[in-house]
Design a protein around this ligand. Structure first.
Ligand code: NOJ
Length: 943
């Protein structure tokens, strides 16, 4: 029996790999709703002079809420047979300079609509915000009318003023129907600028031909002729929603992950496939394509000097985004097309991209502050075979003096891939294994996927409790995945939560998790959901979910609902322990996933081009509010040569989520496997990641508060320089002032680092202080010779970094370690920096158990101002010292260094060129302090 299952699994794996073709996935042309909308758009472009839109707003229907900034009205669609359909519209202003437009279809709420299936909810799906937003509809941060926020009705339009100083305006013209967003008097964005608005209204198959305008085709409206989706019932016929958005005087738009493409989104006019947002299992994806991938965030950021915008298309159905940068190169025109759902969109506006991220976070939430351990290094492969293997790998890290925090178990740990069981021969005593890992300060992550093998207690229970995904005839859907025949838990069903809690709870009755300690966390994979023989590798779109919603309506939010359900279960499981913050890695995700999970970019390959594309992919994720993101270090498929593996580690230390992973058919490749010089170089890279954990953790804190990306594209900091808008192989680490340019090509002996401004930069290659500085007269390239050892990085003058330089086994053992502070002075002898510290594991910080340290430096000295939420946490850091302060670029000779915290003492220092090193200043991190330089004299005449 076991052998036959093994055979089935291997056969599936082989067939999957062999079956990979681009043509498994629909192009726009093969996707009825996309083809129809592109056709419609093209026809309008070709017949601009004679085209008259069917849509207009009836001014008599406009109503203004008495208190809250909400205006409602009715859009009328005139059909070719002269009948009309109503589309109620709502425009609202929310906190964070954001305007929301929502349009529904009245007719879809008519009783007894003649639809093909009585099992399907006839209304347009409007529950995407339930998954994407951090608050429920009633708690949304709607603003009230005020002197700043007002609305005026004019003849042909409605003008809404908003923004802190009423600096933004939204003008809604009735016919032609447009929504124009202005900053001052300058037009920034026009909705429906090209009249591509299209809401395919409900019609029966027989009346269809009378309802089609001359600008439409009827491709695949009531059936689907694509090879894998022929059986799709399409019970509601055509129901797509589409709208165009012109970003005025913006040449660059970003975001809408996940795509294996460059950061600056490309023109798709001449491509057969627009960017597609449809969560699929796309193993061995191709770099530099617009193909769909595992996750979707329909959030786009447009940026230009002085102004940024965000466009959040709140729709979890299969969607395409066309980008036109060529018809008028001054502007970027975008066309958004979704298969169904209400039309729901939010437009953000602000001076900087950071502001857009902050305001987007007000709606969808920011990344959860992760446990510190999860920012350490994760060691994964498919698979570590048994307990002995796990513990041996664990001790080999110690033997090779390499820090790491977490070991991962892929699907083979479970008995016949029955999640919530352990393979009894290989894992006879998981509790003891976990204890041993815990003893060395380490954690375990195990995989639990949403497909549940048929015929054991978990699948029996979810079938009995009626919490499975159903097929179109309302029977439990059965498909194939790793365990063979499987059923899927429907995490869109609220009743799934209680069951999932039971499976994850810490109790003696829980055979799997019950006895285990709290150093075990989760990996939710295959949650697109992936179905081996399913259409486009996923479940049929006419499958049914809770509420009788078709899978079609909720597809891109399913992965989120799955990891969020796991998250809620882990919150309960960990509640009484010290380590309260859950850690979950998810493959499939949507807008809002940042609140509860980290993501990684799926099944890449051990090739240089995958290392290269990982950087723009993770930057796009950061731009789109999902900063806890990583790529498989080393490449999932195939065996990397040692140089590629080494360069991947040196790049991976900058991934916010840093994990090595490998396919079951690959050779072992733990960091010591390649041998020296590679192993030593990788060790140094790992140690650098750990030394910079305070910087990284502080960046995550800022991300969790303000939505700030953890790795930032150059245009975030240097928006005035038009050359930075296309750079995506170099980035900033949060707000730290560290500029990083990983080496991602074979045999590289020199590197061009782009310096985006005329500020002073200090060479900090591999985190080692050197005397080399760079300051260019105008932004441009700094060329540097490099060896295998080198990790190119610079510190921008004006920054202060905090590091922990003592090598340890894992982050948990670094808590009481002393800090080294690196002060990099700018041309005006100024610098500032920020450090955030808490216990790294509990929710105590929500009650004030944290400290924030604000550093500043000038010619006279260095200062640290500590704000502490609670005294008790600050006191727990009583022994945490600053062991060294290095001041880079100090322009004067110092005679004396006076250090004051509890009392004033004289500090020990040495001068090394223009660097000043203060050793053991006897300062604690938990309280404010000052250092004053006395006797300072100029040493550089020119200064
Ligand atoms: C697919 C995932 O992308 C991969 O990382 C994992 O190893 C396999 N599933 C097996 O679980």
């Amino acid at each position: 029996m076991k052998w036959s299952w093994l055979f089935v699994n291997v056969a599936f794996m082989i067939s999957l790999v062999l079956a990979y073709h681009r043509d498994v996935y629909k192009t726009c042309d093969e996707s009825g709703f996309c083809k129809r909308n592109r056709y419609f758009a093209q026809k309008i472009k070709e017949n601009r002079e004679i085209f008259k839109s069917q849509y207009s707003l009836d001014p008599d229907t406009i109503q203004k809420d008495a208190k809250v900034a909400i205006v409602t009205g009715n859009i009328v669609k005139l059909l070719p047979d002269s009948s009309t359909r109503n589309f109620p519209v709502e425009i609202s202003i929310l906190k964070g300079n954001n305007i929301r437009l929502k349009v529904d279809e009245e007719y879809r709420s008519t009783p007894n609509l003649p639809i093909k299936s009585k099992l399907v909810t006839p209304k347009r799906y409007d529950e995407t915000p339930k998954w994407a937003f951090k608050a429920s509809g009633t708690e949304l941060p709607y603003l009230e009318w005020s002197p700043n926020i007002s609305v005026v009705e004019q003849n042909d339009r409605l003008v809404v003023k908003y923004g802190d100083d009423s600096q933004y305006k939204a003008e809604l013209t009735y016919s032609p129907l447009r929504l124009t967003i202005l900053c001052g008097d300058e037009v920034q964005l026009i909705l429906n600028d090209q009249d591509f608005l299209n809401i395919e209204h409900f019609r029966s198959e027989s009346e269809n031909k009378d309802h089609l305008s001359d600008f439409e085709i009827d491709d695949n409206m009531f059936h689907d002729d694509f090879r894998d989706t022929k059986s799709d019932l399409l019970p509601l016929g055509p129901e797509s929603v589409a709208l165009d958005f012109t970003f005025n005087n913006f040449q660059h738009v970003y975001g809408i992950p996940e795509h294996a493409d460059h950061l600056d989104l490309r023109d798709t006019t001449y491509e057969s496939v627009p960017y597609r947002l449809f969560n699929v299992d796309i193993f061995e994806y191709e770099p530099e394509t617009t193909m769909p991938m595992y996750g979707s965030i329909p959030f786009m950021v447009a940026s230009k000097p002085g102004l940024s915008m965000g466009l959040f298309w709140i729709n979890g159905a299969d969607s395409f985004v066309d980008i036109d940068k060529t018809s008028d190169p001054k502007h970027t025109k975008t066309h958004w097309i979704s298969e169904n759902g209400v039309l729901d969109v939010m437009i953000f506006i602000g001076e900087t991209p950071d502001e857009i991220n902050k305001n987007y976070g007000l709606i969808t939430g920011n990344v959860a502050l992760p446990q510190l351990f999860s920012l350490g290094y994760h060691q994964c492969r498919w698979n570590y075979n048994d307990e002995q293997d796990v513990l041996e790998i664990n001790s080999l890290f110690d033997k090779h003096q390499m820090p790491y925090d977490t070991l991962w178990l892929d699907i083979e740990y479970a008995d016949a891939k029955k999640y919530f069981t352990w393979q009894p021969q290989k894992f006879p005593d998981p509790a003891a294994m976990l204890k041993e890992l815990d003893h060395t300060g380490r954690n375990l992550v195990v995989i639990i996927d949403p497909h549940i093998k048929k015929g054991y207690f978990v699948s029996d229970e979810i079938i009995n409790q009626k919490i499975t995904i159903k097929d179109s005839s309302n029977q439990t859907y059965v498909g194939k995945c790793w365990p063979g025949e499987s059923v899927w838990i429907d995490t869109h069903n609220p009743s799934s939560q209680a069951y999932w809690d039971l499976r994850h709870q810490k109790s003696v009755d829980n055979e799997f998790f019950g006895k285990l300690s709290t150093n075990i966390y989760l990996w939710n994979d295959m949650n697109e959901p992936s179905v081996f023989e399913g259409p486009e590798t996923t479940t049929p779109k006419d499958n049914l979910h809770y509420g009788n919603w078709e899978h079609r309506s909720i597809h891109n939010t399913f992965g989120l609902s799955y990891h969020e359900t796991t998250h809620k279960s882990l919150i309960k499981r960990l509640a009484g322990s010290e380590r309260q913050r859950p850690f979950i890695l998810t493959r499939s995700y949507f807008a809002g996933s940042q609140r509860t999970a980290a993501m990684w970019s799926g099944d890449n390959m051990a090739k240089w081009e995958y290392l290269q594309i990982s950087i723009p992919m993770l930057l796009a994720s950061n731009v789109a509010g999902m900063p806890f993101a990583g790529s498989d270090v080393g490449g999932f498929f195939d065996n990397p040569l040692p140089e590629l593996l080494t360069r991947w580690y040196q790049t991976g230390i900058w991934y916010p989520f840093f994990r090595a992973h490998a396919h079951i058919d690959t050779k072992r490749r733990e960091p010591w496997v390649p041998g020296d010089p590679y192993t030593s170089v990788i060790r140094k890279a790992l140690q650098l990641r750990y030394a910079l954990l305070p910087v990284l953790y502080s960046s995550f804190y800022q991300a969790s508060q303000n939505g700030t990306p953890v790795i930032k594209p150059l245009f975030y900091e240097n928006s005035e320089n038009m050359d930075v808008y296309t750079i995506d192989d170099e980035f900033w680490l949060g707000n730290s002032g560290l500029l990083i340019k990983p080496i991602t090509s074979e045999g590289q002996s020199s590197i061009d680092i782009y310096i985006p401004d005329t500020k002073k930069y200090y060479d900090y290659t591999s985190g080692i202080i050197s005397k080399e500085t760079v300051q260019l007269k105008r932004p441009g390239v700094y060329n540097k010779k490099v060896t295998l050892d080198d990790i190119p990085m610079l510190i921008r003058g004006g920054s202060i970094l905090t590091q922990k330089n003592r090598p340890r086994r894992s982050s948990r053992l670094m808590k009481q370690d002393p800090y080294t502070i690196v002060v990099a002075l700018d041309d005006n002898t100024h610098a500032s920096g920020f450090l955030y510290v808490d216990d790294g594991e509990s929710f105590g910080y929500e009650k004030g158990e944290y400290i924030e340290v604000y550093f500043s430096a000038d010619e006279q000295g260095i200062h640290a101002v500590v704000t502490r939420g609670s005294d008790s946490f600050a006191e727990s850091l009583q022994k945490v010292q600053i062991e060294k302060i290095v001041v880079l670029g100090y322009p004067k000779v110092v005679e004396q260094v006076l250090v004051s915290q509890d009392e004033e003492t004289v500090g020990v220092f040495e001068i090394d060129g223009s660097n000043l090193v203060i050793r053991k200043p006897r300062l604690r991190i938990n309280e404010s302090w000052d250092i004053n330089f006395s006797g300072a004299e100029n040493i550089h005449d020119e200064l």
